[in-house]
Structure formats: structure tokens, C-alpha cells
Design a protein around this ligand. Sequence first.
Ligand SMILES: Cc1cc2nc3c(=O)[nH]c(=O)nc-3n(C[C@H](O)[C@H](O)[C@H](O)COP(=O)(O)OP(=O)(O)OC[C@H]3O[C@@H](n4cnc5c(N)ncnc54)[C@H](O)[C@@H]3O)c2cc1C
Length: 590
Amino acid sequence: MPATDTDVSPDPHPDDQWDEQVDLLILGTGAGGLAAAVTGANEGLSVLVLEKTEFLGGTTAYSAGTCWIPNNRFQRAAGVTDDAQVAGGYLDRLVGDKAPREVRESYLRNGSAAIDYFDRLGVRFWHSATVVDYHPEIEGASLGGRALEPQTFDGRILGRENFGRVRPPVPEFALFGGTMMVRRAEVNQLLTLLQGSPKAAPLAVRLGARWAKDRLTYRRGTRLAMGNALVANLFHQLLERDGQVWFHATATRLVTDAAGRVIGAVVAYQGREVRVRARRGVVLAGGGFSSSPQWRTEYLPTPTPQYTRAGEGSTGDTLALGQSVGGSLSAPQDDNAFWFPSSVARRKDGSVAVFPHIWDRSKPGIVAVGTDGRRFVDESVSYHRFVRAMYATNTVPAWLIIDARSLHRYGLGMIRPRLPKAYLRKYLRSGYLHAAPTIRELAEKIGVDADGLATTVADTNRYAATGVDAEFGKGTSPFGLQYGDPKHRPNASLGPIEKAPFYAMALVPTPLGTSLGLRTNGDAQVLDAAGGPVGGLYACGNDAASMSAAEYPGAGCQVGGGLTFGYVAARHAAHAVPSPIETLASVETS
Ligand SMILES: Cc1cc2nc3c(=O)[nH]c(=O)nc-3n(C[C@H](O)[C@H](O)[C@H](O)COP(=O)(O)OP(=O)(O)OC[C@H]3O[C@@H](n4cnc5c(N)ncnc54)[C@H](O)[C@@H]3O)c2cc1C
């Protein structure tokens, strides 16, 4: 439904007070901001998006772009019932009263509607039908069906200049120095080449030829995948609908009318202060605070994480803007973030590479220990649960221990499988990887109790033979087993550590997104301390308190949440009729 002129508050502010006037002003170009922008533009609103960095896409551009959307179109087509009772029950049991039920009900109601809406516009997804929810032990969890992957996108559609604006992927997640993106499924196929199987050769040739051709004209390959594909496609849809994006543009202040309604922002842009009027509202979508050392110190557990793979722009300033006009933060909880256990290395150019360990912990022949040399968790749980266990047991850093055979077969962190020995040297020299001829010597090298580690390895080797992890049950959960080695017997996740040399790699907690954010209602309106909406102000993505608090129901709940509540916010801004009280307040102040 297009916007009408009759459902806005009378404007008490003269036009000449503003340098620029739009219907919807959006701060941030991640999943949340772009979803709001595309939806707003498609609903007939004039839209301006501000991005404070030089690149579009924020953390979303770095991400896998997975969206956790219960009751999605693919499930419905397959006749799978995943309604409020099933998925909602799962969330109720997982989240309880840590987050308002109204918000997760809105997520469940609007998530699949948002995906269908974007699909109609041309932002399409594939079904990741086998991805298991992160708490399969809780009733209502899905053993496959709720995760969606953005379809690949041809960056050439954007034209060279706009393509150059899309944030490049994390170099370690792409091939050829970060210039060639491949889907996870393609990585798995390409890896079979290293095992001598020629089946993936046509795929390799096709991807390689396209990449080589692209490189004649572009700085990187234009076949975009995962989060990069998602933000690039949303950017394209926005430009098609005359939306604007300003780069290097930071909102420094929100402007309110006398009734406290947000009516615009002051923006630092091109060396001056620009006053932007937002007739229908301002959407905060700055991506939370993963990249702010101050916010991390205040809200994340100790030892405070020093690193993150999140985009550098997510520094909490949009949260502070929301607070400055009366918005309130959700109640802090134990951790206030979603977590990756990451290994950290320095790149050749001196920059820091933070590598999330998502799948390798599930492989056979890998254990994680603390300084006592003992395990503290089923290593194959989700990355979020793994870090929570690190904090709960005071195991920061944790050490991954692996032998030569498993390292060669599965790789570890940034070290890819079947890497020739000579190439391991640079990782050893830099201290990213530690090696020793015996387990005891390895323990001494990394400052871990040698008796403890020797006992752990002996136990691990016994579990590998029996197929039963008597301590933590690694190899029993459908979540962990999906990333095990199906060819390994008797258990896909349990293998021995017996072939020298032995290796160790340190893991530290890194937030991949923050869950503490501005309180919102089911319409994505920011709420004040009394629980009422701050007129004209919305929040989505990590700027809004997570619908599941710091609980992680399944792969994609953050990008999925960003898309859902960006869509909800823009539709509300486009179509909501202001309440009589809001209208009255505006008239009285004119
Ligand atoms: C490696 C990695 C993989 C991940 N994979 C997934 C996944 O597959 N699925 C999933 O759900 N989650 C994933 N996550 C987490 C997820 O990517 C983020 O939580 C999510 O993308 C955040 O989206 P957002 O829209 O809130 O913010 P962002 O995508 O971070 O975008 C916010 C943007 O706002 C800009 N900004 C900030 N302040 C201002 C300001 N004042 N004015 C203007 N602009 C501003 C920032 O520069 C940034 O570009 C992953 C995270 C990482 C690090």
C-alpha cells in the first residue's frame, strides 16, 4: 500500500530549518538498515541511508548472511508445520522471560512475510535444509529447515562505482587474498579436489574463469556470496527505487520536536553539518557495539574480549543517540552478546585476522582444554555455547589440541586441510600454531598442566576407540554431528590424538554481534523507560535488543532479525496512523 499524505503529524517546523528532507532516515547499511530502506522505498517513501564508513554492509557484509526464519516458504511448500506453537514454543523454552514475548511473536509473525516480500522484489534465498538449531535438546528445535542462505548476486549489476562501495569480505573467508567468494557448499566440493577427486573440477574451472575475467576490470570477483550478496542485492533494490546512500556520513544528534518526537538528525557529512528532516521517522541500524572497547568493557563478561570480527563501525554511537532522546536499553544480562571462539593472527600487512572456529571443533581428533589440561565442554556445541562454557569455567584462552593426522585431514582455523608441511612453518613462526613432538612438551610450551593434558589425550584416545565420550558426550548431539566426519568410525566426532607432532592453537572469546540494545516493541519502535514508544524512532538489527536476549536459537537469528525488524519498522513508518495523543502533542507545539 503506498503512503498517503493524511497519516502524518502536522509539521510544526518550517522547511528552511532543514538542508534535506526525506520521509525515512536510516542510520546504518547492514541487514537491518538496508531492509528498512528497501521496504520504505518500496512502500513509496523517500529514503536516505547514512553510512559512517566508506563501505556499505557493516558486519552483515562479512557474515554468511544466514537467516533463521521459522515457518519459511520452503518449509510451507514441503508441508512442514513450524508455526507459533512449534517455533514459538522452542523460543519460549529457550528465552523465557529474558526478552519480551511481544517481540519474538512479532519476529515469528513477520519473519517469513519479510522473506516473501523481499523475494518478490528479487532478493532471493536458498533453503539450507539440513542446518540444525543450536539447542536440539529443547522441544521445538528444528533438525533442519529454518536457515536460509542468500542467493549469489552479480556485483556487475551495480556498476563499477557502486560495486566498489560494497564492503569486501573478510580475506580469510574468501579465496585468493579475499578476492574470490565461494559458497560454503562450494568450499566443501572444492576441498574434494585436494583429496584427489576430479568431480569438482568443472566447478573450479567455471568459478576460476569468471574470477579471472572479473579481475581484468574489477579489484575483486563480482560473483558475490553470503552476506556480501545480500547487502549488494539490497543496495541494488534500493537504488532501483531511488533510495540514496551517503557514505562517510555520521548522525551526531537526533532532532526532536517539543513533544519529544524524533523529526530528523544532524549529520556530519562532507565536512559540514547537514540537518536532515525525517518526516516519517528515523531508523537506528548501526549494528550494536561489538567494536567498541568501552561498551565491551561495560557490558561484556571479563576477561573483556579484545577482538571481534564484526565491522569496525559498530561502536554503539547509534545506541547512544537513541538514549539521548529517551530510548532505554534492555536490562543487561550475563553476557549481552553472541559469541565466536576465535583464533587471532597478524596478517602480512600488520592488520589483525580474527578467525571464528565454527566447524572444526566438531571434527574427530580435536579437543579443547584449559590451563589444567582438562576439557571443559563438548567441543562440538555451537560457537555461542562453546564461549559461554569458556566463561563459565574460567577458561580464557582455551587451547585446541590436535595431532598431525587430523590437522592434515581437517585443517584448523586458518590452516586449510592438506596443507603441505612447508606451509605450516609460517603459522608456527608467528605463534598462531604451536607444535611439539610429545604431548608433555606441547603442554609445557603453551603453559598447560602436562599431567592434565596427558590424561585428557589418553581419555580421548579411549573415547575414539569406543565411540563414546564419557565426559561431555561429544558425538551424540545432532548439532555437533552435522559437522563431524561422516566417514570416521565408530563416531564421526571422536578420533584419537596419537600421531606426532602434536599441535595447539589458542582460542579467545569474540563477540560476533551484541544482544543488549534499545528496547523496542513488536513494531520496532524504540521504547522509553516507561515502556511507551519514542515517537518517530525505530531500531533494528543489533541496535534493537535481541528478540531472544543473549540466547542463540539457531543459525541466522541476527541477520534474520535485522531483515525482519527493518521490514517491520519501515512498514510501520509508512502506514501507521499516529495516535491521537501524538497528533495533539505535535499540534500544541506548533
Ligand atoms: C564472520 C561473521 C559471520 C556471521 N554470520 C552470521 C550469519 O550467517 N547469520 C547471522 O544471523 N549472523 C551472523 N553474524 C552476525 C551478524 O552478521 C550481525 O549481527 C548482523 O549482520 C548485524 O547487522 P546490523 O544490521 O545490526 O549491523 P551491521 O551489518 O553491522 O551494519 C551496521 C552499519 O551501521 C554503520 N553505522 C554505525 N553507526 C553509524 C552511524 N552513527 N551513522 C551511520 N552509520 C553507522 C556501520 O558502519 C555499519 O556499516 C556473523 C558475524 C560475523 C562477524
